[in-house]
Design a protein around this ligand. Sequence first.
Ligand code: SPD
Length: 362
Amino acid sequence: MRNRISLAVVAMLMGTTAIAQDNVLHIYNWSDYIAEDTIEKFTEATGIEVTYDVYDSNEVLEAKILAGRSGYDIVVPTSDFLQRQIAAGAYMELDKSLLPNLVNMDADLMAAAAHYDADNAHAVIYMWGTTGIGYNTAMIAERLGEDYEVDSWALVFDPEIVAKLADCGVSMLDAPSEMIPAAMNYAGLDPSSTDKADFEAGAAVLQAVRPYIRYFHSSQYINDLANGDTCVAVGWSGDVFQALYRAEEAENGVEIGYVIPNEGALQWFDMLAIPADAPHPENAHAFINFVMDAQITADITNYVWYANANAASMPLVDPDITSDPGIFPTEAASAGLWGATVYDARTDRTVTRMWTRIKTGQ
Ligand code: SPD
């Protein structure tokens, strides 16, 4: 209930001194997920000084958020994790009177995100993307033949194929709620299922290729792909594109592709949210509103290669990005995307246990 009182009213009641003394903002965001100058521009525009920390896993963020007193004012959970954390009381309701730039947001995408957060009451979309496969074109051609078409999850889930790639390095995200459903989908099952037998079937697909997987990590693959140190990585769309452009900039001859496999892929939304116990909620609202500015969002997409949900920013986004089907999937590819399933605590524990067994090869 307290969260519903307008923050503007709270600020008025507190007087201006406390706010002026606390002209700071603590942000916890995914690594490689903001333009070079976003924070600097925010401080210039508002006078608010920012501390900025990063993570590369929803599980790490969740542990901090559910423990409480994280000290963060802004965090960026993915929508399925957001829903579970909202249910635990982890986030305050947004004061939309402080977010006039909400008018810039794409109504259809916000409606899709509202599936996880009714009325978008607690969060707005920061960026969105898919979980697909990044690959080194030359290394794949060398091992699987010039004519091999990279269009299927078989590249990482068929043991006969993955065995041929083991020497050049295959990695997977350390993200159980993404990898196990992707394997279930490959096995012909519903990736949204929470049936234990279906999880076991997905785990079996992963166990069969486990001997050929070099590592499970959710950010290391960007540099490894870019440097030619790994040849295949299950990864997040924008991160693979960052690898591609790092390689281009380095002029090291590495060519990288990203594919949303034919069998379909996860589409996810990363959400800007304010922890219920955030020390500076008004500054947090100022930041969310700032990010929803069309130019600011376009700058971020142009830098991190992730799709955004800000309709007003689209004319300002590089046409090479808006026209790339790996970043903004075609209608046909979109039809094959699935949304993340929200696991209750028990299901989450089951999946986490399975994941530990898969990673340790047991
Ligand atoms: N480097 C930024 C990565 C952002 C990935 N978001 C996670 C999506 C999880 N489904």
